[in-house]
Design a protein around this ligand. Sequence first.
Ligand SMILES: [Zn+2]
Length: 90
Amino acid sequence: MADIEAKCIERDCGATFTITAGEQEFFTSKGYAYPKRCKACRQRRKAESGTRPVVAREPAPFIEEAPPVTENRRRQGRDRDQRRRRDYDN
Ligand SMILES: [Zn+2]
């Protein structure tokens, strides 16, 4: 693995920084994306975020798990059959 030359995405910075092979390995093993900012910007943001109030993330909406389609279809078919049978009885 070779070192990567990355460009800082921070406005008014645009500095290039190196993501070393060791860092790439670290980020990959942790499942993180490679940093998009140079070290200076990262440290500055980290320092700033410490003073900012923590915004609670909105919880994801609860999604009711739909029953499997096959089971649903089977049940509907049975209902239809029972209804038809009742019609005959009457
Ligand atoms: Zn930067």
